[in-house]
Write a protein that binds this ligand. Structure first.
Ligand SMILES: Cc1cc2nc3c(=O)[nH]c(=O)nc-3n(C[C@H](O)[C@H](O)[C@H](O)COP(=O)(O)O)c2cc1C
Length: 195
């Protein structure tokens, strides 16, 4: 049976989004037949050849000032030359996104939208979160999966006064794992369907 490769590319300034990224990778790797690898970026350098081997790329960044961090944006901008102008080498790969910030909203949606548009510019197929919103009823709680109620990708919230050992919350990390697993399962369907 064919196997699928999932890459998780992220930036994290202070470690919180790194924990979310590791949860995404863990979820993807939990799917049999899938290998998943983390790639931290901090500007315009990235392991381009390795990313080209991936069947799916999951992008993640902290939300800074209402959008993906500048370091992640520099990575995105670099793909104009290394991926787009190089022949559109990410076309027809799967894509998904995640973001983390201090406020429950914190304008995270703007970051996910920006990442989804970026994926579309590369001709990638966007995979949504695929979970109902949690914590939106009288019986809901902060422990619910997708407690922040996003559809486009996985969201996490890290209290501004807590270190990355304490935040994001366990429910946000489980939500991130779910996204990784969903992308991995979809990648297997694509890889095996093409085979
Ligand atoms: C420059 C900067 C801008 C920020 N802007 C936002 C924001 O727009 N919304 C928000 O909720 N949190 C904002 N934050 C808080 C971060 O998103 C939050 O601390 C996050 O956990 C950082 O993730 P990291 O440790 O992976 O860098 C900002 C933090 C910094 C340093």
């Amino acid at each position: 049976m064919s196997k699928a490769v999932v890459a998780v590319v992220y930036h994290s300034g202070y470690g919180h989004t790194a924990r979310q990224a590791e949860a995404v990778r863990y979820g993807a790797a939990s799917v049999e037949g899938v290998s998943a690898k983390l790639y931290a970026v901090d500007g315009g350098d990235a392991p381009w050849a390795e990313l080209e081997q991936a069947d799916a790329i999951i992008f993640g960044a902290p939300t800074y000032m209402g959008g993906p961090s500048a370091q992640f944006k520099a990575f995105q901008d670099a793909t104009s030359r290394t991926v787009f102008a190089a022949g559109g080498t990410w076309k027809n790969k799967l894509a998904a996104g995640f973001t983390n910030s201090a406020s429950r909203s914190g304008d995270k949606l703007a970051s996910l939208q920006q990442i989804a548009i970026f994926a579309a510019q590369h001709g990638m197929h966007w995979v949504s979160l695929g979970l109902p919103p949690g914590n939106n009823s009288s019986t809901g709680s902060e422990d619910d999966l997708n407690r922040l109620g996003f559809f486009l990708g996985a969201a996490a919230q890290s209290n501004a006064d807590q270190s990355a050992e304490l935040a994001p919350s366990p429910s946000d990390l489980r939500t991130a794992e779910h996204l990784g697993a969903r992308v991995a399962q979809t990648a297997l369907q694509f890889v095996r369907g093409r085979a």
